[in-house]
Design a protein around this ligand. Structure first.
Ligand SMILES: Nc1ncnc2c1ncn2[C@@H]1O[C@H](COP(=O)(O)OP(=O)(O)OP(=O)(O)O)[C@@H](O)[C@H]1O
Ligand SMILES: [Mg+2]
Length: 310
């Protein structure tokens, strides 16, 4: 299988008076054509920076990215016509209706009028936007606007689609309509880069997941591989009934807010459940999810960051 996106030793350093921020450091990534890469990581990890560099909106300061075989710096023209992007926090032009927005976008990309209008209608239907198709965007809610943006890029013939947090702020049903639009794009053998803070979403949609932390790739692989990278198969969430110290004797503990998360093996999980029942403790137990991997991989760091701020 060919790769639609190849990043080699990619770096991006932001410079400003008196400071520098390395938003990407030696990032090596491949996204196979027709695959979906889920890019996850905490706020400020470098996800948007990656999307901006790979979609030709921002120059890298080290390394390179090729999209569909073309370098994003030296062959910008060859890349731009074949990709589509929804930037984080972007808003559609407010004086248009969703139907116009999508149709005009397709025409700007070279589509014929009738075909663009028909495709726009179809995309709005897929995203559940039919009732609002002819309402001016400035009268739509934030979530509806966001969905109109998704309809726009999904209706295009772009071979590579970058979606930077397309589902942030959407209600659970709207989120599902975006998921099915994304799945349809993948079924059409288009390549998708998706950033998200919803780890269930990353898990459900991604062929491969990359976890960024401080601009570096901490983990990369299929959702199953990534979940398999943690040492313990079970997670016990404890709200009351056990002290942090006591839990430490069972495995690895992270404190998230006022909850303790223990990662452990099955026998310990059983014993804790039994003790918890005896004590009337508030605990819940389950196999580790992507969210738990995330907590385990970057949770320690989160604790020390919070301590620094305090
Ligand atoms: N224009 C800029 N100038 C200076 N620093 C920047 C700029 N844009 C981003 N950064 C810094 O680069 C780092 C990565 O930012 P980026 O926006 O890529 O993170 P992110 O993973 O998309 O975060 P979020 O989940 O909050 O969207 C952060 O430390 C951020 O402060
Ligand atoms: Mg971002």
């Amino acid at each position: 299988m060919t790769d639609a996106i190849v990043a080699r030793g990619l770096g991006r350093r932001y410079l400003w008076r008196g400071g520098a921020q390395d938003a990407l450091v030696d990032v090596n990534l491949r996204v196979p054509a027709g695959g979906l890469l889920g890019l996850i990581g905490r706020n400020g990890a470098g996800k948007t920076t990656f999307v901006r560099v790979a979609s030709t909106q921002l120059l890298p300061t080290a390394g390179s990215v090729e999209v569909l075989g073309h370098d994003v710096v030296s062959e910008v023209g060859a890349v731009r016509g074949r990709i589509a992007v929804i930037p984080q926090e972007s808003r559609p032009l407010y004086w248009l209706t969703p139907q116009e927005l999508v149709a005009y976008y397709l025409r700007m990309r070279g589509g014929a009028r009738r075909e663009s209008e028909a495709k726009a209608k179809e995309a709005l239907r897929e995203l559940g936007l039919v009732p609002w198709a002819h309402t001016q965007v400035n009268r739509l809610s934030g979530g509806l606007r966001r969905r109109a943006m998704v309809a726009m890029v999904m209706a295009s013939d772009a071979e590579v689609v970058f979606l930077d947090e397309p589902t942030t702020g959407l209600d659970p049903l709207a989120r599902r309509s975006v998921w099915s639009a994304i799945r349809k794009a993948v079924s059409e053998h288009r390549t998708v880069v998706l950033t998200t803070h919803y780890l269930d979403e990353a898990e459900a949609l991604s062929d491969r997941i990359a976890l960024l932390e401080h601009g570096r790739i901490l983990l990369e692989g299929t959702p199953r591989e990534v979940a398999g990278r943690v040492r313990y198969p079970y997670r016990v969430a404890v709200e009351s009934g056990f002290t942090e110290e006591e839990l430490r004797s069972y495995g690895e503990v992270s404190r998230i807010g006022d909850r303790l998360l223990l990662f452990t093996h099955e026998p310990a999980a059983r014993e804790l459940t039994r003790k918890g029942l005896e004590r009337g403790a508030r605990i819940s137990l389950g196999p580790v999810s992507l969210e738990d991997v995330f907590v385990q991989m970057v949770g320690k760091d989160f604790e020390s960051d919070s301590a620094e701020e305090a």
